[in-house]
Design a protein around this ligand. Structure first.
Ligand SMILES: C[S@@+](CC[C@H](N)C(=O)[O-])C[C@H]1O[C@@H](n2cnc3c(N)ncnc32)[C@H](O)[C@@H]1O
Length: 308
């Protein structure tokens, strides 16, 4: 599967896990894909559901996609904007970046959001205590070359095309409101912030938030999948043990980078937690696992751990 990358990026983006998530998601054809923590939207966008609700507390993400939906941002408008701002960046360097940042923090213009997201350091979204975008310049004044603008325009086109085919809605709200709106044939995909990682104005996540999320998920009639971290080389996620053991837990190793250096490549076991039985091939693997286990009772055979 070729995973399509969306126009806005954010920290914790799940591009590398989309295929795994897709293999285990179970959306009824009459149901709605509900994503309470959409972030970049890469997961739901690649699912291509007929109906979807993409939600996030960060209103800038939601404004951006609603601007595409309403036609206020088109491929042509975005291209022209990035060409103009890119030329100014090339001419004035970081002064122009900080000028746009200041302007965005006053107006919240979604095109400025796009520019900042692509020109800032490490392509992240981070907001200070006052809710102002505060990522420094990424030190690439020549960032907006023709090919790069075309690439971004194609990413917008991908979303715009989907919006003309499917019934997708974007709302800025907290996860409890989003989860409580789900009905039995809907599918909820949750990817909340990880406690202590990438903390900012829209990503403050506490023990209490974690508990409230599990409470909301425990009482939904919809099927859900929750992405979280399972363990790394130092410790295991205490929330998995505390709240998730009554659900199905699948894990998979994933490497993430701290900073730009290849040396700082850390392994992490990512988990998806489901309130349903995953697809038949998993059942098949589990049956095979059981068969091996039964065999091990007789032959003293070592049972391999099911890793998915
Ligand atoms: C880990 S990111 C999601 C990443 C996304 N799955 C992706 O692949 O791009 C978490 C998102 O949750 C949002 N968020 C944080 N707290 C929230 C809350 N209480 N309710 C709804 N969204 C929240 C953040 O703004 C952020 O966009």
């Amino acid at each position: 599967m070729t995973v399509k990358v969306p126009p806005l990026k954010c920290q914790g983006i799940k591009t590398k896990l989309v295929e795994w998530i897709k293999d285990h998601a179970l959306l009824d054809e009459n149901g709605t894909w509900i994503e309470p923590f959409m972030g970049s939207g890469v997961v739901g966008f690649n699912m291509r559901p007929q109906r979807a609700v993409f939600a996030d507390v960060n209103p800038h993400i939601i404004n951006f996609y609603n601007a595409i939906k309403k036609g206020n941002i088109t491929i042509g408008i975005a291209k022209e904007f990035l060409e103009k701002q890119g030329a100014l960046l090339k001419e004035k360097g970081e002064d122009h970046y900080y000028e746009v940042r200041e302007r965005f923090n006053q107006t919240g213009n979604p095109l400025d959001m796009l520019f900042l997201n692509r020109a800032c350091f490490n392509g992240v979204m981070r907001f200070n205590k006052k809710g102002e975008f505060n990522v420094p310049f990424g030190h690439k004044p020549e960032r907006f070359a023709k090919a790069y603008i075309t690439k971004i325009a194609n990413q917008i086109k991908y979303v715009a095309d989907a919006l003309s085919q499917y019934d997708w809605n974007f709302v800025s709200q907290g996860f409890k409101t989003t989860i409580s709106s789900a009905s039995a044939n809907d599918f909820i995909y949750c990817d909340p912030p990880y406690i202590g990682r990438h903390v900012d104005y829209f990503n403050s996540w506490s023990e209490q938030s974690e508990q409230e999320l599990y409470d909301a998920l425990a009482s939904t009639h919809a099927k859900f999948m929750l992405s979280t971290w399972h363990s790394n080389q130092y410790r295991a996620n205490p929330a998995v043990d505390k709240y998730a053991t009554r659900f199905t837990i699948l894990t998979r190793e994933h490497f993430y980078h701290v900073g730009a250096s290849e040396k700082n490549r850390n392994p992490m076991l990512e988990a998806i937690i489901l309130n349903y039985n995953p697809l038949p091939q998993i059942e098949f693997q589990m049956e095979r696992q059981m068969a091996l286990f039964e065999k091990s009772q007789k032959d003293d055979y070592v049972v391999p751990v099911l890793k998915n």
